[in-house]
Design a protein around this ligand. Structure first.
Ligand SMILES: O=C(O)c1ccccc1NCC(=O)[C@H](O)[C@H](O)COP(=O)(O)O
Length: 217
């Protein structure tokens, strides 16, 4: 098994970016969602993206964006992939992919087996799938809640597209999660934070090492 690729989501500072690169991450997620403690203004996101180390793919996380909002982000911030983390229907995912000419990753929330058919639906229209925990009803945030789902639900699944596992991952559980699901990519936000919106460089490093350790086991 090749070493799993890691996405750190919700980076908010140049220190976070540097720590992500030093740890060996493949993706850096920038959150554009005002209610999030990880939200970035366009100016802040642009400044970060411009100093992002080469080789770190910059992901814009948006939630049910209208065209004007996404146009504004992409006009100002050099972005490599769009992450749709709302209730975007499949035709909207396809339309945004065509409109912007960037790869699109669609987040799909999983809480039970009843949610699994959505994975195939979105694999038909997105470039990648982020398989995340479905937030509790009434949650303030659609993601980044430190909530895991039952990984066995997707164990042994045949995937059509590249996908990432997310939801409640930490340096302590990511190796088990990879072994159980076969994930080749993992995404984490709150599990490597010292406080909401503040990443912890030591936890980021430990996370990547644990993910890589799973591949060697
Ligand atoms: O992280 C946020 O603040 C956020 C806000 C709005 C929509 C999605 C958000 N995060 C999505 C992510 O990609 C997270 O990395 C993913 O949900 C896992 O989060 P965590 O369980 O905290 O590791």
């Amino acid at each position: 098994m090749t070493a799993p690729r890691v996405k750190f989501c919700g980076l908010t500072s140049a220190e976070d970016l540097e720590a992500a690169a030093q740890a060996g991450a493949s993706y850096a997620g920038f959150v554009f969602f005002p209610k999030s403690p990880r939200n970035l203004s366009l100016d802040a996101a642009r400044a970060l993206a411009l100093v992002a180390p080469v080789g770190l793919a910059k992901v814009a996380l948006v939630v049910d964006p209208d065209d004007a909002a996404l146009d504004a982000i992409l006009a100002q911030v050099p972005i490599d992939m769009i992450q749709l983390h709302g209730a975007e229907p499949p035709d909207r995912v396809a339309a945004l992919r065509a409109r912007h000419g960037l790869p699109v990753m669609k987040a799909v929330g999983i809480a039970s087996a009843a949610d699994l058919p959505k994975l195939a639906t979105y694999e038909a229209v997105a470039d990648q799938i982020l398989v995340d925990a479905k937030p509790a009803a009434g949650a303030d945030l659609p993601g980044g809640n430190g909530l895991a789902f039952e990984w066995r639900l997707i164990a042994g699944r045949d995937w059509v597209r590249p996908w990432m596992l997310a939801g409640g991952l930490t340096p302590d559980n990511v190796a088990d999660a990879i072994r159980l699901t076969g994930a080749q990519q993992v995404d984490v936000s709150s599990g490597v934070e010292a406080a909401p919106g503040v990443k912890d460089a030591a936890r980021m490093k430990a996370f990547v090492q644990a993910a890589r350790g799973s591949a060697a086991a």
